[in-house]
Design a protein around this ligand. Structure first.
Ligand SMILES: Nc1nc(=O)c2c([nH]1)NC[C@@H]1CN(c3ccc(C(=O)N[C@@H](CCC(=O)O)C(=O)O)cc3)C=[N+]21
Length: 288
C-alpha cells in the first residue's frame, strides 16, 4: 500500500507559518506583503483559480488585489496595468493569470512584469536563472512538486525521473528542478514513441498531460513516487487527475491525490514566493 501524501495537509502547515510571519509584521506596524492578480476575461476555470488565490492570501494575512480586466482589453491597456503594478511600492508580487484571451501576446505581457515581482517565475530572466541553477523565482507548481517529493521521503539524487508534459508553466521547469536535484531526467510529450516503457522505468513519475486517469498500473514501476499534476473535470463535475489513482496506489511507494494534491501546493508556493518578494523588497529598501 503506497503512502498518500496530501498537498492540502502540507499546505496547512506551510500556510500557518506564513500567517504567523504576516501577523508578526502587522504587530510590529510594518508594511504587509501584497499580491496583485491580473485576470483578463471570464474563463470560468481562471475565475475559480483566482478566487482560490484571493481566499488563500486572506487566510494567510497577505494583502491581495484582483484586477479584473475585460476580455477585449488591448495589449497596451494590459501592459500599462502591469507597469503600474511594477511601480507601486505596496505591491510585492504580480501574477498574470494564464491563459490570456485570444489575440493577446502572453510572452510580451510576461516580459513587462518586473523580475523582482514575478512570483510565477515566468519572466525570461527568472526562467533563465533557474535553468542556470542561480537562485530566482521558481514557478509555483514545480516548486510544489519538489516539496511534495521531499514530504514523500524521496531523495531525487540518482533516481530516474520521468516528466510527462513539457509546458513552460509546469513540465519543463519541473524537469529542470529534478535535474538540479541530481535526478536523471526524461521529458516525454505528445510525440514520444514508447511512453509506456519509459514510464515503467521511472523511480519518480510526474504526470502533467491533462488526460483523465491516463496513467494506470501498466505505466508505473513498483515502488515509484508518483506526482499527479492533472486537473480534469469529469462529466459529473468531479475532479480527477492524470493518474488512475485506485489502479496505481498499491503499487507505488507514494502518490498524491487529485483534488487535495498538487493544486493546493501551487497556491501555497504562490504565497511563499510573495513573501520572498516582500522580504527581498524590504531588504533592498533598507528595512523600511
Ligand atoms: N499565471 C498562472 N499561474 C498559475 O499558477 C496558474 C495559471 N496561471 N493558470 C491556471 C493554473 C491552474 N492553477 C491551479 C491552482 C490551484 C488549484 C487548486 O487548488 N485545486 C484544488 C481543487 C479546486 C477545485 O475544486 O476546483 C485541488 O486540486 O484540490 C488548481 C489549479 C494555477 N494555475
Amino acid at each position: 500500500m503506497g503512502k498518500i501524501i496530501y498537498g492540502s495537509e502540507v499546505s496547512s502547515e506551510l500556510r500557518e507559518e506564513l500567517r504567523l510571519e504576516a501577523e508578526h509584521l502587522k504587530q510590529e506596524g510594518k508594511r504587509i506583503p501584497k499580491l496583485a492578480v491580473i485576470l483578463a476575461g471570464d474563463n470560468p476555470a481562471s475565475l475559480s483559480y483566482v478566487k482560490g488565490k484571493a481566499k488563500a492570501c486572506e487566510a494567510a494575512g497577505i494583502l491581495e488585489e484582483t484586477f479584473h480586466l475585460d476580455g477585449s482589453v488591448s495589449q497596451k491597456e494590459l501592459e500599462d496595468l502591469i507597469h503600474q503594478c511594477n511601480e507601486n511600492a505596496e505591491i510585492d508580487g504580480i501574477l498574470l493569470q494564464l491563459p490570456l484571451p485570444a489575440g493577446l501576446d502572453e510572452n510580451h505581457a510576461i516580459e513587462q512584469i518586473s523580475p523582482h515581482k514575478d512570483v510565477d517565475g515566468l519572466h525570461p530572466l527568472n526562467f533563465g536563472k533557474v535553468h542556470l541553477g542561480i537562485p530566482a523565482f521558481v514557478p509555483c507548481t514545480p516548486l510544489g512538486i519538489m516539496e511534495l517529493l521531499k514530504r514523500m521521503g524521496c531523495d531525487c539524487d540518482g533516481k530516474n525521473a520521468v516528466v510527462v508534459g513539457r509546458s513552460k508553466l509546469v513540465g519543463e521547469p519541473a524537469a529542470r528542478l529534478l535535474l538540479n536535484a541530481n535526478a536523471t531526467v526524461t521529458i516525454c510529450h505528445s510525440h514520444t514513441k514508447n511512453l509506456k516503457e519509459i514510464c515503467r522505468n521511472a523511480d519518480i513519475l510526474i504526470a502533467a498531460v491533462g488526460k483523465p486517469r491516463f496513467f494506470n498500473h501498466e505505466y508505473v514501476k513498483e515502488g515509484a513516487y508518483v506526482i499527479d499534476v492533472g486537473i480534469n473535470r469529469l462529466a459529473d463535475g468531479r475532479l480527477t487527475g492524470d493518474v488512475d489513482f485506485e489502479d496505481v496506489k498499491d503499487l507505488c511507494a507514494a502518490i498524491t491525490p487529485v483534488p487535495k494534491g498538487v493544486g493546493p501546493m501551487t497556491i501555497t508556493m504562490l504565497l511563499e514566493n510573495t513573501m520572498k518578494a516582500y522580504r527581498e523588497a524590504v531588504n533592498e529598501s533598507g528595512g523600511l
